[in-house]
Design a protein around this ligand. Structure first.
Ligand code: NAD
Length: 504
């Protein structure tokens, strides 16, 4: 493992210009405003600990203003009567604008979040662009059905004509986390606006900068004022106020299971609709016939990509005992070979985790794993000038009851465990309160598809892990959430079905 954390300036003029304005505002009804309280909070470069900007600390008052703006926009004819093709054009324009500014956005994301710049540039931001393009198309396929009924008591000579129409749910509050901000934000904005809703976005406090830049691009794309609003701020202030607001019809949340449960409580007041994309503790299972050339780097990437800050990260690695030693040594060697550093250095393979708080949390989990009897065969240390780097870490010997096996760590830490047979895989894989994702590595097609059916997870990958596409639903069973993002059915998260039944 090598590491180089020299401070690096962004290269793009856009990122330099954006950072020159150190006080950042929120967007309400197309106006850039400070928090009503005047308060701000610092956003910090996790690689260096340097403050990048002061961001408006919105609270309940600002949420009120933003929700009122979204409601006015929802009821305005400018948005309500806009034909689907025009909504599609605006979403497509947004995709084009993101594409035109991709290098700047990638640099801003790296500065604020820490990830290697190539992760944003070549994986996550292209993924965000595809969300906008995919849902631009979906905006024009919102359809009801005509329904032949069996109602037999209509007046003589009359017929029943029944049909459904799909209508936008109304004002959406979107609350997103810090691990992959641009693409997770796109996964909320694109379907919500394709469906004809209006919205208030609350980004994570650790990563507000690209949300602010995206809001600028939303204005440039030409959405009517108030259709998209941005309230930055802390979760317990701005996020909680949005989740509880009686004027919000639906919350689309991505974040931890713990906060997801708070959102459920907050939403009770007006029984607002919810979709919850929550945490995971996903198994990666390597069977004895797996192609290890694929499985070893695959299992390593499943956990170390984005410093393990991936909801679907393969954090529980189960390997058949016949190949356990080879896979363990392969994944450990991969971990030791990863170059840590400032994400703006193009040779960096892994950046810091998002904040000192998160690094301390991950380090606490490693310490707990070791104290509960596990051994680190790679990594284990917390490093860097701001204490935000965690070495890619491979633990073995943890009991099934250990915290590192049961709880989501959300850092570059994998627990490897041998298994004896194919038959025990479903019970081991399903031994978790989470059910977000899993991967199975084998050349036996029938074993792969039988396990895909037996594992209780929203996604099962075969001979791969963390493969996303705008067409593929993503979300969890059990305590990993309610509903799915991505894929055409995500549109239904933002639509109500109205039944019209007429005697004609
Ligand atoms: P978090 O739950 O701490 O925060 C998520 C968002 O909720 C942030 O914007 C935060 O400000 C806000 N928030 C915090 N407290 C709140 C409250 N009381 N009321 C309303 N909003 C509040 O999560 P995080 O640490 O930012 O992100 C990591 C988590 O997100 C992990 O658990 C990860 O698995 C999950 N995640 C899930 C998916 C998925 O698709 N299932 C994708 C990415 C991340």
């Amino acid at each position: 493992m090598t590491m180089d954390v020299a401070p690096i300036e962004p290269k793009t003029e856009g990122a330099k210009r954006f950072l020159a304005q150190s006080r950042r505002r929120m967007l309400i009804a197309d106006e850039w405003v400070d928090a009503a309280s005047g308060r701000t909070f610092d956003t910090v470069n996790p690689a260096t600990g340097v403050v990048l900007a002061q961001v408006a600390a919105g609270d309940a008052t600002d949420v009120d203003r933003a929700v009122a703006a979204a409601r006015r926009a929802f009821e305005s004819s400018a948005w309500r009567d806009m034909i689907p093709a025009q909504r599609a054009r605006l979403l497509w324009k947004m995709a084009d604008l993101i594409e035109q500014n991709i290098d700047e956005l990638a640099e801003l994301e790296t500065l604020d979040q820490g990830k290697p710049v190539w992760v944003g540039r070549y994986a996550e931001i292209p993924g965000a662009i595809e969300q906008f393009r995919y849902f631009a198309g979906q905006a024009m396929r919102i359809e009801g059905t005509t329904i032949p009924t069996s109602i037999n008591y209509q007046p003589a000579g009359k017929k029943v004509f029944a049909y459904t129409v799909k209508e936008p749910i109304g004002v959406v509050g979107a609350i997103v986390p810090w691990n992959s901000p641009i693409v997770l934000t796109a996964m909320k904005i694109a379907p919500a606006l394709a469906a004809g809703c209006t919205m208030v976005l609350k980004p994570a406090e650790d990563t507000s900068l690209t949300a602010i830049r995206l809001a600028e691009l939303m204005v440039e794309a030409g959405f009517p004022p108030g259709v998209f609003n941005l309230v930055t701020g802390l979760g317990e202030a701005a996020g909680a106020a949005l989740a509880a607001h009686p004027g919000v019809d639906k919350i689309a949340f991505t974040g931890s299971t713990e906060v997801g449960k708070l959102i459920v409580q907050a939403a009770r007041g007006n029984l607002k609709k919810l979709t919850l994309e929550l945490g995971g503790k996903s198994p990666a299972v390597v069977l004895d016939d797996a192609d290890l050339e694929l499985a070893i780097p695959g299992a390593a990437n499943a956990i170390f990509f984005n410093s393990g800050q991936v909801c679907v990260a393969g954090s529980r690695l189960y390997v058949h005992e016949k190949v356990f030693d080879r896979v363990l040594e392969g994944v450990a060697a991969y971990a030791r070979g990863i170059k840590l550093g400032n994400g703006l250095d193009p040779s960096t393979q892994m950046g810091p985790v998002v904040s000192r708080k998160q690094a301390d949390r991950v380090a606490g989990y490693i310490a707990s794993g070791l104290s509960e009897g596990a051994t680190a065969v790679a990594g284990g240390r917390q490093l860097g000038p701001a204490g935000t780097f965690i070495e890619p870490t491979v633990l073995v010997g943890a009991k099934p009851t250990a915290k590192v096996v049961r709880e989501e760590i959300f850092g570059p830490v994998v627990v490897a465990t041998p298994i004896r047979s194919l038959e025990e895989v479903p019970a081991i894989a399903n031994d978790s309160e989470y059910g977000l994702a899993a991967s199975v590595w084998t050349q036996d097609l029938s074993a792969a598809h039988r396990l895909a059916a037996q594992i209780r997870a929203g996604t099962v990958w075969i001979n791969c892990h963390s493969m996303y596409d705008a067409t593929l639903p993503i979300g969890g069973m059990k305590q990993s959430g309610w509903g799915r993002d991505s894929g055409h059915q995500a549109l239904d998260n933002y639509l109500e079905t109205k039944t019209v039944c007429a005697v004609i």
